[in-house]
Design a protein around this ligand. Structure first.
Ligand code: HEM
Length: 400
């Protein structure tokens, strides 16, 4: 059989496979695109895939949709960056008290570009928190949490909680002194909270002190539990955005005009901001890598602990300056924000005519920035007593 004939048969067969897949999976692929929020407008799954995509790309956003409406997409882009770099890190990371620290050392100095992947992950996690807060701020000041978008605000609060939980669980995985003692302090502060504090801290720790058992729990939460929850909540968030559309500037809305097409206008705008944010994350990862400190040593208090993640900075500053009430305040603030749309339901969206909401928002965001700055420079000496000489079997004996 000649080579030309073989080549023709292969291309014919590939064309056949393409049309078979197209015929059988148009609706499925559109469903996936819809679930993962890759398109803004409504997606008609009864149409062939090319027509449905074109219709969706022609979708028009209201004229006031601008740069600030790219913030949610930026948060999503950073989330995807963390998924990709996280999967690559998981190839080399070993989640045990004996091997976690040496495996991080290996990733940073023995794996090709491992240092870059790790620091893209670390910096991506900090910038994601800022992007989510900026997105939340825009939703807050635009009054976009008001009916009928209350559910999506609540889903957003859960997403914020998930983003913080991702960082808090990932923080321990480095298994260095700074991570070990920061988590020890945070769990001690959590245990101080009335009613549920002790039980929650015990459940997370899994041992009388932070140990290999804690590391296993944090790892399982970080790579299995939280990603599945995030996937579900993100799918829900995007469905709600599609159902309600972009919140109007005012209510009732004056004739909004024809608006701008999703493609290319809004997509290109989001793409440009996205590239800029990725460039910033890459630059920070190259210029300010997270140092590989000393291996975690449960019996040895470090001279001081320095944090490297924005939420740790904020929570350490809260605990340092406000004591146990710092954590309680954080929790109350979260609860207050979650319930906001149930209290503030009036139709007014103009921020100048919502002075109380504006004041709460400004205090929250400035407070967050203030505690972040205070936490960054904070060198605290751990107050937790060194564990008793007899340690659980899961705790490593010393530095590797
Ligand atoms: C991982 C975290 C998050 C991702 C990836 C995300 C993603 C998005 C995207 C892509 C949009 C549509 C574009 C836009 O308006 O910017 C959106 C809209 C929205 N988000 Fe989020 N979001 C997240 C967290 C939050 C949080 C923390 C809140 C509030 C507590 C929130 C509340 C909302 C609301 C109410 C809308 C509708 C806004 C409107 O109609 O103008 N989201 N989100």
């Amino acid at each position: 059989m000649s080579m030309g004939r073989i080549w023709r048969d292969i291309t014919q067969w590939l064309a056949q496979v393409g049309s078979d897949i197209k015929a059988s999976t148009d609706a499925g692929l559109l469903g996936v695109a819809r679930f993962f929020g890759f398109l803004y407008g409504p997606i008609d799954t009864s149409l062939p895939i090319d027509e449905a995509l074109q219709k969706s790309l022609r979708f028009r956003l209201p004229p006031h949709a601008g740069w600030r409406h790219a913030l949610g997409g930026i948060a999503y882009l950073l989330f995807l960056l963390l998924v990709v770099t996280g999967v690559l890190l998981a190839v080399y990371f070993r989640p045990s008290a004996q091997e976690a620290f040496p495996s991080i050392q290996h990733i940073v100095s023995g794996v090709t570009l491992g240092w870059l992947i790790r620091d893209l992950h670390v910096w991506g996690a900090s910038i994601l928190v800022l992007a989510v807060l900026a997105h939340m701020g825009q939703v807050f000041f635009a009054g976009a949490y008001k009916p009928p978008r209350e559910t999506n605000w609540l889903i957003g609060i859960l997403l914020l909680f998930l983003v913080i939980s991702f960082g808090a669980t990932g923080y321990l995985l480095a298994w260095d002194q700074s991570a070990y003692w920061t988590v020890t302090e945070s769990l001690n502060a959590l245990a101080d909270l009335p009613i549920v504090g002790g039980m929650a801290a015990g459940l997370l720790r899994g041992d009388p002190i932070v140990s290999g058992a804690t590391l296993s729990r944090f790892f399982a939460a970080h790579v299995i539990l939280l990603p599945w929850l995030a996937l579900g909540f993100l799918g829900f968030h995007f469905t709600m955005v599609r159902r309600h559309g972009v919140a109007p500037l005012r209510q009732p809305q004056a004739n909004p005009g024809p608006g701008r097409q999703f493609f290319p206008n809004h997509l290109l705008r989001s793409f440009m901001v996205g590239m800029l944010v990725l460039a910033v994350v890459t630059t920070l990862a190259i210029l300010a890598p997270r140092p590989v400190g000393d291996a975690a040593h449960p019996g040895e208090l470090p001279d001081a602990i320095l944090s490297t993640w924005v939420v740790v900075d904020v929570s350490r500053a809260l605990v340092h300056y406000l004591g146990r009430w710092g954590f309680g305040l954080f929790t109350l603030l979260g609860l207050g924000l979650a319930l906001l749309p149930l209290v503030d339901r009036g139709p007014e969206r103009e921020i100048r005519r919502r002075p109380v909401a504006a004041a709460i928002g400004v205090i929250f965001f400035l407070g967050f920035l203030g505690f972040w700055m205070a936490g960054r420079g904070l060198r605290t000496v751990p107050t937790a007593p060194p564990p008793a000489v007899e340690q659980p079997a899961t705790v490593p004996g010393g530095k590797p």
